[in-house]
Design a protein around this ligand. Structure first.
Ligand SMILES: Nc1nc2c(ncn2[C@@H]2O[C@H](COP(=O)(O)OP(=O)(O)OP(=O)(O)O)[C@@H](O)[C@H]2O)c(=O)[nH]1
Ligand SMILES: [Mg+2]
Length: 316
């Protein structure tokens, strides 16, 4: 894998995605062993509403990156796992050109289970890609639900891709998602949609002007691109480089990563504790009944939680 063998990388990703206990042990040893070789890539989250053109953009952007001499890994996160193998297959076909490039690695992952599980699998897969020598890791996620927050917590730069929109649709974009963005791209700025895209750029820029920037050193930009025609793609790589340079200069780059690993630590602690809690016989034997009592209004959630925690701490 360290030599950049993509099949070895694919096998390693399968290992870290596995929930089997013996696989988890092996995955942890693997991550420990490669940790010194990680951290080198720029990690870019790419999110946006369904159909905004994320996959099309990623293929263009990835190919442009390869042309610029980069090795590009693409991880398509499917948090709800609602889309089956068909959609994943569809994405691979859509990114066919990029998939053929020896300097690219595409891995659709339909991580089921908890939000923490999604984040962990993707976080560890990013590390594997870095150890395999990929210097740009793109993480695609559909911009609905909680997936974008989970992805924003594991990448350096969060890019939001939006379709050209009228005023009403603009209202529909969740403020919380906009607040996560380090860069906003209005896609489909071509043909009949070019004028609408230009108007959207101005609208989003003024909407962003009302939001306090997450990083004082970085003004979140809004740019028009066309994934289809390939316009604005090279400029997006320039923006990524500028973002990194600005954040490295102020120390925000490493600070962000340090904070991300600390919050990952706490989500691991939370997940593990919950798992122990549920598995403890003293809890398990009372859990269902107490849940029922809470649902029936016979006991408050606080009281039920206190009873279960006492049972866990005494006999767990
Ligand atoms: N005109 C135009 N169409 C585009 C552009 N980019 C993508 N499309 C079209 O928009 C549709 C959706 O593109 P995708 O790349 O699959 O969008 P997505 O955001 O990955 O979609 P999901 O993964 O399903 O959420 C396809 O029909 C694309 O051909 C663009 O720059 N211009
Ligand atoms: Mg897609």
């Amino acid at each position: 894998m360290r030599r950049g063998d993509r099949r070895a990388l694919a096998r390693a990703v399968t290992l870290v995605e596995s929930t089997r206990a013996d696989h988890r042990d092996a995955a942890e040893r693997l991550i420990d062993a490669i940790l010194p070789d990680t951290g080198g890539a720029v990690r870019i989250g790419i999110s946006g509403p369904p159909g905004a053109g994320k996959s099309t953009f990623i293929e263009r952007f990835g190919l442009e990156g390869v042309a610029l001499g980069r090795r590009v890994a693409v991880l398509a996160v499917d948090p709800a796992s609602q889309r089956g193998g068909g959609a994943i297959l569809g994405d691979k076909i859509r990114m066919a050109e990029l998939a053929r490039s020896p300097a690219a690695f595409i891995r659709p992952s339909s991580a089921a289970g908890s939000r923490g599980g999604v984040a962990r699998g993707t976080r560890e897969t990013i590390l594997l890609c870095e150890a395999a020598g990929f210097d740009a890791v793109l993480v695609e996620t559909v911009g609905i639900g909680q997936s974008e927050t989970a992805v924003a917590e594991i990448v350096d730069m969060f890019v939001l891709i939006l379709p050209p929109a009228g005023g009403d649709e603009l209202q529909g974009i969740k403020r919380g998602v906009i607040e996560l963005a380090d860069l906003v791209l209005v896609n489909k700025a071509d043909g009949d949609l070019a004028a609408a895209a230009r108007r959207s750029v101005a609208d989003y820029a003024s909407a962003l002007g009302l939001i306090r920037p997450a990083l004082p050193e970085w003004q979140v930009g809004v740019r028009a691109v066309s994934a289809l025609k390939g316009t604005g793609i090279e400029e997006t790589w320039d923006e990524v480089a500028r973002f990194r340079a600005v954040l490295e200069r102020t120390g925000a780059w490493s600070r962000r990563r340090a904070e991300q690993t600390r919050s990952a630590l706490w989500s691991e602690i939370g997940d593990s504790l919950l798992q122990c809690f549920r598995a403890a016989p003293a809890v398990a034997e009372r859990l269902a009944a107490l849940e029922q009592e809470v649902m029936a209004g016979a006991r408050t959630p606080a009281a039920a939680a206190r009873i279960l925690l006492a049972a866990f701490l005494n006999k767990g």
